[in-house]
Design a protein around this ligand. Structure first.
Ligand SMILES: [Zn+2]
Length: 454
């Protein structure tokens, strides 16, 4: 099963199969806005866990843990790789810091936590466990355990490794499969980018980082924040200041990533939101007034002032030799200026370009089908949705930091009602201080908001 990777016919994806010692790529990286070199982390011992008695703070048995280091970060929070002392399996540990600074951050973290516990889909990262919180008086941080993935699409795209069209197809299939599930739950991810698409050595892909995700707002009169989506992957309606947007913003991002997988470079790599919009209209041509109907007046004026542009979509064929007619056809259905005319995840999955990706995924990568002596037994539903939707009604009743803190504390304790021994962090361990003070992005360090047009 493990060796039956998508790459069986096309050669392994070496970048995904490197030894763990090369995990951190050996290159300086930007870690939460701070330039760090690998030496900053090595040698580093991750926090040691204790078995923890659920209803006392009596620490019992210490378990050894091998050295480790941070592996990445999300919009809000640091991710480390650690070993679960209960079964020796390597897992990812995400620290959600500064949770209780204000009501807005409390609500955001609680929403993300609820989502991580809600998700049950192989292409969406979910919570395997939440570490035991200390007594509520000392409860400041939340630690979530998730599956550990070796790489992400950003690292793969910028690596020198060849990506076959089989890779592109099976990656795109899984992105859309996960997104169909999220959208069926009524959730907009709002920050789909290659770095948020985790990939393991078998080429299984999972969408992660729900720090900016939220439930879709059906009431058009209600304004939604524009502080979403890394600029290169930002949909034109957001660049043009729309006050209301739909899950089509995620599909735009997927279109940009699809093109990036084919061309191995960022499709719209602009220096500013205005240039971002200009690059988009260079490709798609000047949008009609109808396509811009939700845009703010200042953004429309910018388009109208500029030269009238003709679409230049045929350049998509020059992305790579893998940009076949089918590939470009699907890509053009995602990169549609008018969000109401952009293809949905469900419809994109029905596109013939993805037939091979589906077959590969369900032949040897998925967990929903299985092989018997008489052959492969396929699931009845290749791309499942969720029912009921994710319910964010709980947010309405959150009114104070102290109250939310108590609710989250209780929520975590309730998640523990399983048969596994609960885990907590050992504050006595050598690495705890470094771990606890890991630099994290503050909202003020987030990508700048789109241009204020008016
Ligand atoms: Zn399957």
């Amino acid at each position: 099963m493990r060796d039956c990777a998508v790459s069986a016919q096309t050669g392994p994806l070496h970048i995904l199969c490197r030894s763990r010692s090369q995990f951190w790529d050996g290159e300086p990286g930007v870690f939460m806005g701070v330039i760090m070199t690998p030496d900053t982390f090595l040698p580093f011992t991750c926090p040691t866990f204790f078995h923890h008695h659920q209803h006392s703070h009596h620490l019992q048995q210490q378990l050894d843990i091998e050295p480790d280091r941070p592996i990445g970060y999300g919009a809000f929070g640091v991710v480390w790789s650690v070993t679960d002392p209960r079964d020796g399996k390597r897992v990812a540990l995400k620290k959600m810091p500064n949770v209780f600074q204000n009501l807005v951050s409390c609500k955001r973290v609680f929403r993300e936590l609820k989502m991580l516990c809600f998700f049950k889909h192989d292409n969406v990262l979910s919570a395997l466990d939440i570490l035991q919180p200390p007594h509520i008086d000392y409860f400041e941080e939340i630690y979530v355990v998730t599956e550990l993935m070796q790489s992400d699409l950003h690292k793969i795209i910028v690596s020198p490794q060849p990506l076959s069209s089989d890779h592109v197809k099976v990656f795109l299939y899984q992105i859309l499969r996960g997104l169909k599930y999220l959208h069926s739950a009524g959730i907009l991810h709002r920050d789909i980018k290659p770095g948020n698409l985790l990939v393991n050595s078998n080429c299984v892909l999972k969408i992660c980082d729900f720090g900016l995700a939220r439930v879709e707002e059906l009431d058009e009169s209600r304004h939604m924040t524009q502080e979403v989506v890394t600029q290169y992957y930002r949909a034109p309606e957001i660049l043009m200041g729309s006050r209301h947007y739909y899950n089509a913003i995620d599909i735009w991002s997927v279109g940009c990533i699809f093109a990036e997988l084919l061309g191995r470079r960022i499709l719209f790599q602009a220096q500013s939101p205005i240039q971002q919009l200009d690059l988009i209209t260079d490709l798609l041509g000047t949008p009609s007034l109808e396509a811009m109907r939700t845009a703010c007046e200042g953004a429309k004026a910018h388009i109208m002032r500029g030269p009238h542009k003709q679409p230049s979509l045929p350049v998509l064929y020059t992305l790579s030799s893998q940009a076949t007619h089918e590939a470009v056809h699907l890509l053009c259905r995602m990169l549609v200026f008018d969000p109401s005319k952009r293809i949905s995840a469900k419809d994109a999955l029905a596109h013939p370009y993805l037939d091979e990706g589906r077959l590969r995924y369900h032949t040897c990568m998925c967990k929903c089908c299985y092989t018997t002596s008489s052959g492969r037994i396929y699931t009845s539903d290749f791309e499942p949705v969720t029912n009921p939707k994710f319910d964010d009604g709980f947010e309405k009743n959150l009114t104070s930091v102290r109250q939310v803190k108590e609710i989250i504390h209780q929520f975590i304790l309730e998640q523990q009602k399983g048969n596994r021994v609960p885990l907590c962090i050992n504050p006595q361990s050598a690495a705890f201080k470094s771990f606890i003070s890991s630099t994290v992005a503050q909202p003020s360090e987030m990508p700048p908001s789109p241009l204020v047009w008016e």
